[in-house]
Design a protein around this ligand. Structure first.
Ligand code: 0L1
Ligand code: MG
Length: 262
C-alpha cells in the first residue's frame, strides 16, 4: 500500500458522496498517481464500511470487465471485482430513478447464486458449478462516478467498479441443465433490440468469473460464502439509458427480467 489511512478514507468519502449526490468527479489517480491495487481495493472496502455503518447490507458481489472484448480494450488480463449493497437492488419489473444517477448504462449478465462456500486459490469452473444453487438473468446498471466514464483501472476499482443498481429475475435454473457458453441473451430498450450476446463472451464461460472472484478473494484471505449472489459481467457492451426507457433482458432458458427508468 502506498496511501495512508486518512487518504483512503478521504477518497472513499469523495467517491461515495458523488454516488449519493449523483455528481461526477475526475479520476482519483490524477491526485494520487502512486495509488496501487491494494489502495484501490482499500478505498472500495472503505466505501462498503461506510454503507454498512449506515445499516446497508451486502446483497452480493460482482465481476466487472469480464468480456474478452472489454479486457482487450482496457489492456487487462484479469477482471475487477466489487460489491453490491442491498440499496442497489431494483425489484424485477420495477422502477429506477434516473435522477439519482449520473450517466447510467445497462448491461446483460448471467447471475450465479451459490449454495456452498468457495475459496481460492485454485478455484475451478467445476467447483463453481458444483457450488452453484441456481443461475438467473440480471441487468446491471453501471454508473461511473468519473466524468464521461473516463478512468483508469485503479480508479474504477476504488469506485466499486461503477456499481449502482441491478435487477434479477426470470426463471431460476440449475446450471447443470444448461450450456452457459451458448446461452443467448437479447436485451431490448423500448421494445427494440440493443444488444445480443452469448455466455461464452464472459471469459469463455461465466462460471470462470466466479472462480476468478474466489481466487481474488482467496489472495486477500477471504472467500465467497454460501448463498452469495454474483453478477458475472456484461455479455455485451453497456447501453446508455434515459428517463422513460424500459429495458428488458431475455436470457435463453431463464426467462426475462426488466426495469424502467423514471
Ligand atoms: O460491471 C462492469 O463490467 C463495469 C466495470 C467498470 C467499468 C465501466 O464502468 O465500464
Ligand atoms: Mg457488470
Amino acid at each position: 500500500m502506498s496511501l495512508d489511512t486518512a487518504v483512503i478514507r478521504e477518497l472513499a468519502e469523495r467517491l461515495e458522496t458523488c454516488e449519493l449526490q449523483a455528481r461526477d468527479t475526475l479520476k482519483i489517480t490524477l491526485d494520487h498517481p502512486e495509488m496501487d491495487w491494494d489502495d484501490a481495493y482499500a478505498v472500495q472496502d472503505e466505501i462498503l464500511r461506510r454503507k454498512l455503518s449506515r445499516g446497508a447490507r451486502v446483497a452480493g458481489l460482482k465481476a466487472g470487465l469480464t468480456s474478452f472484448a472489454k479486457m482487450r480494450q482496457m489492456g487487462i488480463e484479469t477482471p475487477i471485482f466489487g460489491f453490491l449493497a442491498d440499496t442497489f437492488l431494483v425489484p424485477d419489473g420495477g422502477q429506477c430513478r434516473h435522477a439519482d444517477l449520473i450517466h447510467p448504462k445497462v448491461e446483460p449478465e448471467i447471475v450465479f447464486v451459490t449454495k456452498a462456500p468457495l475459496k481460492g486459490p485454485g478455484c475451478s469452473i467445476a467447483e463453481v458449478l458444483a457450488a452453484t444453487d441456481f443461475v438467473l438473468a440480471g441487468i446491471e446498471v453501471i454508473d461511473s462516478r468519473y466524468r464521461d466514464f473516463k478512468f483508469d483501472l485503479k480508479s474504477v476499482v476504488a469506485d466499486n467498479c461503477s456499481s449502482s443498481r441491478f435487477v434479477v429475475g426470470g426463471i431460476m435454473r440449475d446450471p447443470r441443465d444448461l450450456d452457459l457458453r451458448t446461452t443467448g441473451a437479447v436485451m431490448e430498450k423500448n421494445g427494440r433490440i440493443v444488444s445480443l450476446g452469448a455466455g461464452a463472451a464472459v471469459l469463455g464461460h461465466p462460471a470462470n468469473a466466479v472462480a476468478m472472484l474466489a481466487n481474488h478473494l482467496g489472495r486477500r484471505g477471504a472467500g465467497i460464502p454460501a448463498g452469495t449472489l454474483i453478477l458475472t459481467g456484461g455479455l455485451t457492451e453497456a447501453v446508455a439509458v434515459e428517463p422513460g426507457d424500459h429495458v428488458a433482458l431475455h436470457m435463453q432458458g431463464m426467462g426475462c427480467t426488466s426495469l424502467t427508468f423514471v
